[in-house]
Design a protein around this ligand. Structure first.
Ligand SMILES: *Cc1c(COP(=O)(O)O)cnc(C)c1O
Length: 223
C-alpha cells in the first residue's frame, strides 16, 4: 500500500481534534515527501542529526517533533532548525537548558514532559511522583521561551492489553494532577501524546490528544 493510502487509513481512525505525528525516523526523505504531499505536516524524529538533515531538505511549514532521548550537548544543534515541539523532556535540567538555548537563539519552543510508567527499565522519563515533586511553581515560572504543552509517554511493550491500558491511565492521571496544581494557570498544558502503531487505539480511550505513528504509515524500519 502507498504511504498516502496508509496515512489516509490511519487518519480515518482518529477522532477529530487528535493530532497525528507521523514518526518518520529511519525512513528516507522521499517517504516523508510522499506523506507531505498527502497533506501531513507534523513529523516525529528521534535523532538530532537526522531531524536536522531532513528539515534542510523538506518544506519549511513542517512542524517537527523531537521524540527521542535528547542529550544536553545536542540541544543547541536541534534548535538550529525550526523544531515545533520537543516531546521527550526527561529532566528539569534538560527543560531549563532548552529554555536557555531557545532564549539564546531568539526562539520559542513547545515542550512535553516524558513520563515513564512502562515496565521496561531502559525507557527514559520522569516517574509520576518524581515529576509531581520536581516540577515546582518556581521551575515553571522561571521558563521564558519554553511552553509546556503536555505530557508524553509510552506504555509497556506487551500484548497484555490491561497492562497497556493501566499504563496509559497512569500517564493521564499525572496529567490531571499537574493540570489541577502547578499547571493550573496554563491552559496550553492540554496535550497527552500517547500511543504508537500497535497501541494507539487503547491510548485514545484514555484521552490521548496526540498519537505518534510510524510503522502503520511508513512500514517497517531498517535499523
Ligand atoms: C518510534 C517511535 C514511535 C512510533 O512507533 P511505531 O511503532 O512505528 O508506530 C512512537 N513514539 C516514540 C517515542 C518512538 O520512538
Amino acid at each position: 500500500m502507498s504511504i498516502a493510502s496508509s496515512l489516509r487509513l490511519v487518519r480515518d481512525t482518529l477522532p477529530s481534534g487528535v493530532e497525528l505525528v507521523a514518526v518518520s525516523k529511519f525512513h528516507p526523505v522521499e517517504a516523508l515527501r510522499e506523506a507531505y504531499d498527502a497533506g501531513q505536516r507534523v513529523f516525529g524524529e528521534s535523532r538530532v542529526q537526522e531531524l536536522v538533515a531532513k528539515a534542510g531538505e523538506l518544506p519549511g511549514d513542517i512542524r517537527w517533533h523531537f521524540i527521542g532521548h535528547l542529550q544536553t550537548n545536542k540541544v543547541r544543534q536541534l534548535l538550529t532548525v525550526y523544531v515545533d515541539t520537543v516531546e521527550s523532556v526527561d529532566s528539569i535540567r534538560l527543560l531549563k537548558l532548552i529554555d536557555s538555548e531557545a532564549s539564546r537563539a531568539g526562539r520559542r519552543v513547545n515542550v512535553m514532559l516524558q513520563v515513564h510508567v512502562a515496565k521496561e527499565e531502559t525507557k527514559f522519563g520522569f516517574a509520576p511522583d518524581e515529576l509531581v515533586d520536581e516540577l515546582t511553581a518556581e521551575v515553571v515560572s522561571s521558563l521564558r521561551c519554553v511552553k509546556i504543552t503536555g505530557l508524553m509517554g509510552m506504555a509497556s511493550n506487551t500484548d497484555d492489553e490491561e497492562r497497556v491500558s493501566a499504563d496509559f491511565a497512569a500517564i493521564a492521571e499525572v496529567h490531571c494532577r499537574l493540570a489541577a496544581d502547578v499547571m493550573a494557570g496554563f491552559p496550553e498544558f492540554c496535550q497527552l501524546s500517547m500511543g504508537m502503531s500497535h497501541d494507539y487505539h487503547i491510548a485514545l480511550r484514555h484521552g490521548a490528544t496526540m498519537v505518534r505513528i510510524g510503522t502503520d504509515i511508513f512500514g517497517n524500519r531498517e535499523y
